[in-house]
Design a protein around this ligand. Structure first.
Ligand SMILES: [Zn+2]
Length: 333
């Protein structure tokens, strides 16, 4: 038996309310753009690779988010084989006696949906979750660590010539992580099943609530009202995944993540009501895109925003302190 590590890149419709998505009858949330895979030998070394771009049949424009992340352009895939052909050659390359490994269950869910949508009959080899095994190895079974975090954990440096978010490179990095895991065959205890992918209409997925805010935004932000946000789908409270960023006068936003429904915004708006009381209105909204690539990019962007905001605050504080010191020095003279 051989291990094959798999990673995919995929596209999404420009909007889930447009003709493209409706033409697919809501049965293709993401259309695959690239299959990347590496085969491991008995010593768990990479001995072969598979890299195939796919020509789209449904979503012909690549969503800007996806373009930014994958660097795949419409031109790159214009002459590539269609899904059915790409899938057939992938199955052929896998051969008989192999099992697939992926990092988390997103790839397999997208893969199965594409296989089903395009009416392919050949089944995929069995699939196992290296991410879940890693979570157990680091004693944090509920956490889903990113591939990058796992590489850092095993002190694996990314190669300058192998950018992330290219399917075959990510498969290669997953293979390196896998080879570092103690008792790697234990990954076979973590079989993966595809989840069905359906679009959740975010227009309906919001919660709204109002809270007295007489002590001002800074005080409200510290309360449970702002720190524990209800998931817009199931209402379950989650702590912040990324803290509050000021978005304008009286407006703040943070991110939280529901284990079942994904990433959502929590927005606070401060206003004065008819009785001249200061109030905080809290709205939580599910983010439309929930693929892992999008979610991790979003969290990263948010961390950067927070850092910029903190740096600005620190710079202002420093300036104030310097002025105060100048005044004191002058008075002392
Ligand atoms: Zn939820």
């Amino acid at each position: 038996m051989h291990y094959i590590v798999l990673d995919l890149e995929w596209n999404q419709p420009m909007t889930f309310r447009g003709g493209g998505y409706r033409a697919a009858q809501g049965k293709l949330l993401f259309e695959m753009l690239q299959i990347g895979a590496v085969r491991l030998n008995d010593r768990l070394e990479v001995c072969d690779s598979f890299n195939q771009l796919i020509q789209p049949s449904c979503y012909f424009r690549i969503h800007p988010h996806i373009k930014r992340i994958t660097h795949i352009s419409e031109d790159d895939i214009a002459d590539a084989p269609l899904f059915t052909e790409a899938y057939t050659s992938f199955c052929h390359w896998c051969g008989e006696d192999s099992v697939l490994l992926t990092w988390g269950c997103d790839d397999i869910s997208v893969f199965e949906q594409n296989i089903h949508y395009f009416g392919c009959e050949q089944p995929l080899p069995r699939v196992y979750d290296a991410q879940q095994y890693f979570s157990l190895l680091i004693d944090s079974p509920k956490e889903r660590k990113s591939l990058k975090a796992a590489m850092e954990y095993y002190q694996i440096d990314p190669s300058e010539t192998k950018e992330f978010h290219n399917a075959v490179n990510d498969a290669y990095y997953t293979a390196l992580v896998f080879a570092h895991m103690p008792e790697p065959d234990k990954v076979l205890n973590y079989p993966l099943k595809a989840r069905s992918l359906v679009h959740q209409d975010r227009r309906k997925k919001t919660t709204l609530s109002v809270h007295r805010a007489s002590r001002g935004p800074a005080a409200v932000i510290k309360t449970q009202f702002a720190q524990q946000l209800p998931c817009p789908v199931c209402g379950k409270l989650s702590a912040l995944a990324a803290g509050y960023v000021k978005q304008g006068a009286d407006r703040y936003a943070a991110l939280a993540q529901c284990p079942s429904h994904g990433l959502y915004y929590g927005r606070l708006r401060f206003f004065t009501d008819d009785n001249k009381q200061r109030q905080a209105e809290r709205v939580t909204t599910l983010i439309e895109e929930q693929n892992s690539a999008y979610v991790s990019t979003k969290l990263l962007q948010w961390q950067n925003k927070l850092k910029v905001q903190e740096d600005e605050k620190a710079a202002k504080k420093l300036a104030r302190e310097e002025k105060k010191k100048e005044r004191q020095d002058r008075q002392a003279e």
